[in-house]
Unconditional design. Sequence first.
Length: 412
Amino acid sequence: MMSNSTQAAVESKAEDRVDTGRGDGVAASPETAGGNASAADGPADADDDVVLELDGLKKSYGSETVVEGLSLSVSEGEILTLLGPSGCGKTTTLRVIAGLERPDGGVVRLNGRSVSDPGSAFVPPEERGVGVVFQEFALFPHLTARENVAFGLKDRPDDEVDARVDELLELVDLVGQGDSYPDQLSGGQQQRVALARSLAPEPEILLLDEPFSNLDVDLRVEMREEVREIIKETGVTAVSVTHDQEEALSISDRVAVMNDGRIEQVGDPEGVFQHPESRFVAAFLGYASFVPGYVSGDSVETDLGTVPRAQIHGLAPEYDHTKIDLLVRPDDVSAHPPDGEFETCGEVVTRRYLGPTFLYEVELETGESIQCMHNHDENVPDSGPVGLELAADHELAWFPREQRPDDDRYSG
């Protein structure tokens, strides 16, 4: 059950974190990739025990629609992440689950119990049995780590409280820091205290609101691995919110990609990344180039040369003799010195230093641009002409060809 301290922190901290309701990232496309596997806005397995159900959730602020007809379920012990750009409605959705916002429509159920339904009473946050970890951690500065963890357990006997706090401090590897105050702890230690405090009352579900965004890069990577391990060890069901693609893909059992108040795709991280169902999902999850091609028998003719049809994911027979766009990411393409060996040639337009790698933008002879990635020691020119080859060792996702003016390539 959400403690009084957690509720107070929610009220004061979360007021500054209301989504505007409109995505401001990559422009969305309403289409669905032809032949790509679909992912329903529902549980990973209908036979699993469902802890959280959202059915037709709607939320607006004035004339601004923030969440529109969102349906989703989360199974017991699952970590699901709501991923999307700023203003997509993910934080508002989390606040509705927690009971910090009243939805305008739809139903929220926790373990089969309706906690928000237009036709029934609204269950307040402190009675929902949820734990929340905030972006700002929201620790009480005048309480020690031990007292922060114990704050939501005041209705329990002292010996039970002591045992539970000892258990959680050991779980989050802070046994020696119980008497320290928040300002004596590092950012990572503060986060672990916040996590332990949220887990102390043994909530039905744990909600995490961008919990790693205040940490530096190295600590962020370390902490998300630790937090996933802790959540899995306790077996608690968790819903996380983030705009960080790498974070979502690394900590989640499933990812729900949101845009403009709706869920574009739900699935396991690898499936969503490898087989996005919309151009928005493809572009939001990482660098993406859309290479035009034409389906012809057992192959697809593209600006990068001929690609075997067997390498295209789920390319159905009805797309024979049609134009498509292949999704190609930077590690799918290799650039080489222009020695005439490669069928496709282009011109290096830009080179970006990314630390361990360089990201090249290459303009093809057709005028299309494509990105490729190389290590420092690879012999790729900084500028000028290069040869290109498709080096993907996996099936490629695809989309029906977008209409483009004056484009008569691959017309069949």
